[in-house]
Design a protein around this ligand. Structure first.
Ligand code: SF4
Ligand code: SF4
Length: 424
């Protein structure tokens, strides 16, 4: 009953967004009668005509998943929803519209003048975050098509050491920083461009991306959800929200008997083990460590920002105009002997090389500022992680880590306190 009430509260939050989506989609696009034939697109058709339907389906999928996680506590139920999400949001909707990619649309609206974001995209961005704030990462459990495909292939997962897990997990912050930098400097939407599963969902893309998707899925058989844990930038925000979630799944619904059966059930290192009081460090020493880190943090952030600033040249090559300008220069001096479609197109156009170079210089200037922010951001994250590691609170029972737990329900069947009919 409490879960249904909470779902109604989240639904009320989201109702205005859904109504706006419906209003926005009321009128079909104009149908001009001309001889022009629209060429075949490599990317899927715009979502405008399906925005309302997709937003409603996303809300229903999140609600049913929440019920499966909290009430039914059914791993099998979550598995079935994963198959639905994979089929609908993945293969049928070809991975677009997707909350992970919508992050960039929202960033573009924040950073770029004259760029807006449609209500449909905004609701895709906000809905999973709101659910996370109330119930933990139920979106990751089985609704996200990127997570679903990885969850389904994780058939022989091994546990990697928590230290390695945490270190590789920093990759998500690098990815998020690069994505923000890409949007803010007009270089492109890297989350979509480098989405390793989009080639699989669209049954065609560049060969390299198909290969990357295949490699990540193969790795995912043994190291469960590598994209989610080490790359997904949206997962960071979901984790932040989930950390403060009002409700979150528990491994046993009744008191934990510390039988240790669930200890190895989570391939994501997302179960916090009990820490007996004799292993909890001296709180005063912990506070001293934190104080030292807080004092030294500004210096670390300044070093990070400086390194980011100095990296502006390689970073700026992410921008197509800078890459083109350097490619043209290399072709002109004979360093490169073959041309590309981009350089041929440029040479056939009216813009001069000088104009292109001037634009590239201007863009590199943006990357000086952007690079400093990027480096500073990464240094800040490292400082926060170190501060987080400086204390070990006393814990008596096994609990899911609210930030990293995907609410996947893998640990349910391992708990002997779990009521038997639900241990599926
Ligand atoms: S971590 Fe990212 S990719 Fe993985 S399920 Fe969550 S949102 Fe999807
Ligand atoms: S529900 Fe959370 S703690 Fe349990 S196996 Fe899944 S990720 Fe790990």
């Amino acid at each position: 009953m409490k879960t249904v009430r909470s779902l109604l509260v989240v639904g009320l939050f989201l109702l205005p967004a859904m109504l706006s989506v419906a209003a926005e989609m009321r009128f079909p696009p104009p149908d001009f009668q001309t001889d022009y034939k629209i060429p075949d697109l490599n990317s899927p058709a715009p979502v405008s005509s399906n925005g309302t339907r997709d937003a409603i389906i996303l809300f229903i999928a999140l609600s049913v998943t929440t019920w499966m996680v909290f009430k039914a506590r059914s791993r099998r139920g979550l598995f079935i929803i994963s198959i639905f999400s994979l089929a609908y949001f993945g293969f049928y909707r070809t991975g677009c519209i997707c909350p992970v990619g919508s992050t960039q649309n929202v960033m573009a609206a924040v950073f770029l003048p004259d760029v807006g974001v449609s209500v449909a995209v905004l609701s895709f961005f906000v809905m999973p975050l709101l659910f996370s704030l109330f119930f933990g990462r139920v979106f990751c459990a089985s609704v996200c098509p990127l997570g679903a495909i990885q969850e389904l292939v994780a058939i022989a997962p091994i546990r990697i050491s928590p230290a390695l897990d945490r270190t590789l997990g920093l990759g998500r912050y690098v990815y998020l920083g690069l994505a923000v930098l890409g949007v803010a400097t007009g270089s492109g939407f890297f989350i979509c461009r480098w989405d390793p599963f989009v080639g699989i969902y669209r049954m065609g893309h560049s060969f390299g991306m198909l290969l990357a998707g295949g490699a990540i899925l193969t790795l995912g058989i043994f190291v469960a959800r590598p994209y989610c844990r080490f790359l997904c930038p949206y997962g960071i925000m979901l984790g932040w929200m989930s950390r403060f979630s009002k409700w979150h799944l528990d491994i046993p619904p009744s008191p934990c008997v510390k039988c240790r059966l669930c200890e190895n059930s989570c391939p994501y290192n997302a179960i916090n083990m009990p820490i007996p009081s004799h292993l909890v460090g001296d709180p005063e020493a912990g506070k001293r460590r934190i104080r030292r880190l807080v004092y030294v943090s500004p210096l670390i952030i300044a070093v990070g920002a400086t390194l980011g600033y100095l990296s502006y040249e390689p970073l700026s090559r992410m921008h197509p105009k800078v890459a083109l300008s350097e490619r043209i220069a290399a072709e002109n001096i004979g360093k490169l002997t073959t041309d590309t479609l981009e350089t041929r197109t440029f040479r056939a156009g009216k813009q001069t090389v000088d104009e292109l170079n001037a634009q590239a210089v201007q863009i590199r200037e943006y990357f000086k500022t952007g690079g400093a922010w990027f480096g500073g951001f990464l240094a800040l994250i490292i400082c926060l992680k170190l501060i987080g590691l400086s204390t070990a609170p006393k814990r008596d029972i096994y609990t899911p880590n609210k930030e990293t737990c995907f609410s996947c329900g893998r640990c349910y069947p391992y708990c002997p306190v779990e009521p038997l009919p639900k241990r599926s």
